[in-house]
Ligand binder design. Sequence first.
Ligand code: CP
Length: 336
Amino acid sequence: MNFLGAHILSINQFDTQDVERLFSIADQMQPYAHRELKTRVLEGAILGSLFFEPSTRTRISFGCAFNLLGGQVRETTEIKSSALAKGESLYDTARVISGYSDIIVMRHTMDGSVEEFSKASRVPVINAGDGSAEHPSQALLDLYTIKKELNIEGEINGLNIALVGDLKYGRTVHSLCKLLKLYKNISFTLISPSELKMPKDIVDDLLKSGHEVNETENMETGLGDKHLVYLTRIQEERFNNQEEANTYRGRFRLNQSIYTAHCEPDTVIMHPLPRDSRAEANELDNDLNQHPSLAIFRQADNGVLIRMALFALTLGIEKDIHLTSNKVNWYTDRRF
Ligand code: CP
């Protein structure tokens, strides 16, 4: 794909070469994300950050990524703080905000809303999550993490992965399946309540691409023999009411004793976060926090690298980043 000036709306836009190109730029971002070097390559540029749905990681890591490249961020959070609450259309919002910004990152509750917004935007738009549809930058940082955790150079063919939880509404697993589909001989075990299964079109696409798919409600048997287990939260915000969400909460949990009994000793544990740590859910127990195979915080850290790389490629500055770089002059030691 031609990244320059492109909207990044769906993982379907990417092929394996695009992914490798993005990952190679992400690798080059490490000294900046790790606060060894600073750059001013995007000095004067403005990111319009529109999060019309709650976010911690995606909003802040996109903002940090832009700041780390030397740019500035202007934020709107929540529909009620924007003119959308007064009946303004996505079209008008896009026309206006794209006059103030060089690039826009947007999250919204409705499937397809970011694409609709992008059609009226005069600058590139990156989808930071639209309803239960897609979360492309998350899938890219997930695959980047998978490769790092499993020490895979090049393509990730032959992976054996379990996806667990709310596979119906979880946009991260939808985008991740679309991305993994590009590779070969992947065995997917999809563990969910029968009412929250992966959408049929995504499963059909995986099968058509030659992958193996097993769907089950039995977590214990589903976890065996996996390189990787990817847990997800029950997406309570997509349900008609809390009671309905409550019927699924806590159905699938991973803790140290379940891991020891059913996973390989080095099965990598991933989760896009947030994990629901309330007692009635506790889908990924704190007793695994010190486990060396728990990758969830390294995964979240990788979000900055991937988002820096997306900005670098869409704004065409990937070759210029090091031209204005200097060592940082503040205390940067991280405790862990
Ligand atoms: N993974 C993810 O999208 O997290 P946030 O909702 O905190 O952005």
